[in-house]
Ligand binder design. Structure first.
Ligand SMILES: Cc1cc2nc3c(=O)[nH]c(=O)nc-3n(C[C@H](O)[C@H](O)[C@H](O)COP(=O)(O)O)c2cc1C
Length: 321
């Protein structure tokens, strides 16, 4: 069973980003992250999800390496029509140690299929899904939730339901679905969750520095902190946090970006179907890399306008060396 020590630092699930190749880079080169979460695996409403699909999603390399397995969280997305029990049993047979259920996805398509954040508005459907998942999963089972669909009226009820149905931990992202990613995440909800249930709470939302990690831990008393967008912008953040480093020099950031881009390029190239696919994948994760550099916005625009992989690499080198 995973151990959620006080101050655990987790890399958040992000669709289109935390795929198998990306997670491999993070786990290999930035081992200071305690856990890294897969983007969601949709459990279909018709038919079943094969064991092969589950392995593909989590990555055969993860399954083959005990150390990586221990740090990986598989996230599933289900609705009340999903064949969830079958999937959960397959996950248990694979001995995947930590499975998380997505209760936060704001996408119109997901909500219209009554999954993700929709479930925060339907206590009956939610209760059924949680019971099913819990009965099928033999490993650690957590839930990652927003505070509601349109408002927070079910928030406390949901927390109590999750606790009473045997959920092992809850990640709270302090926004409703309607808020998408606007405004500031409200950490008071994390504190409220911590005070309401006796299972570990992981705080999430707008954490970008060591100081903010400390602030979230101190002000909410949550057990762990999950970082999303700022982890993509600076995957070395967990190292800075653990090494007690508040801010890095421009030169160190430049060196970090260079190394990161090289590693990512090699990994995407090995796994992808050619340089254009690699280029697009790199562009997908490079948006915020330059945010903390003087002239970073111009650098970003120049790099993102690269038409070939070679141009991308040349521009990165010219800008950062
Ligand atoms: C591009 C993108 C994709 C995301 N995909 C997922 C996902 O697959 N599952 C999930 O639970 N949350 C997903 N999220 C939400 C993040 O995990 C996180 O809760 C949110 O970004 C707030 O944390 P942050 O301020 O540290 O980024 C996604 C967010 C972004 C920006």
């Amino acid at each position: 069973m995973p151990s959620l020590q006080p101050g655990t630092i987790l890399f958040a699930p992000m669709e289109g980003i935390t795929n198998s190749v990306y997670r491999q880079v993070i786990l290999k080169y930035y081992p200071q992250w305690d856990f890294v979460c897969c983007s969601f695996l949709r459990v279909p409403s018709q038919g079943t999800l094969s064991t092969k699909k589950i392995i593909e999603h989590i990555g055969a390399w993860t399954m083959a390496d005990e150390a990586y397995r221990k740090k990986t969280i598989l996230q599933i997305l289900a609705s009340s029509n999903s064949n969830l029990l079958d999937t959960c049993k397959k996950i248990s047979d694979l001995k995947i140690q930590w499975t998380d259920l997505n209760l936060g996805c704001p996408s119109k398509k997901v909500v219209s299929h009554r999954g993700g954040s929709y479930l925060l508005s339907d206590m009956q459907a939610l209760s059924k899904i949680i019971k099913t998942a819990r009965s099928g999963l033999s490993g650690f089972f957590s839930v990652k939730m927003r505070v509601g669909l349109h408002d927070d009226k079910n928030f406390l009820k949901i927390l109590k339901l999750l606790e009473s149905e045997g959920v092992d931990a809850i990640t709270v992202h302090g926004r409703t679905k309607d808020q998408m990613y606007t405004g500031a995440a409200n950490w008071d909800y994390i504190k409220q969750a911590q005070e309401t249930v006796n299972i570990p709470i992981i705080g999430n939302g707008d954490v970008c520095s060591k100081a903010q990690v400390q602030q979230m831990l101190n002000s909410t008393k949550c057990q762990g902190v999950m970082i999303g967008r700022c982890g993509v912008a600076a995957p070395w953040l967990a190292k800075s946090i653990k090494d007690n480093v508040e801010s890095l020099s421009e030169d160190t950031i430049k060196q970090n970006i260079l190394e990161y881009c090289n590693t990512l390029t090699q990994s995407f190239e090995l796994a992808s179907k050619g340089p254009i696919v690699t280029l697009n994948k790199l562009k997908g994760v490079c948006h915020h890399l330059f945010d903390n550099l003087d002239g970073g916005q111009q650098m970003k625009h120049l790099v993102l306008r690269s038409k070939t992989l070679q141009e991308f690499q040349q521009r990165i080198l010219a800008l950062l060396r």
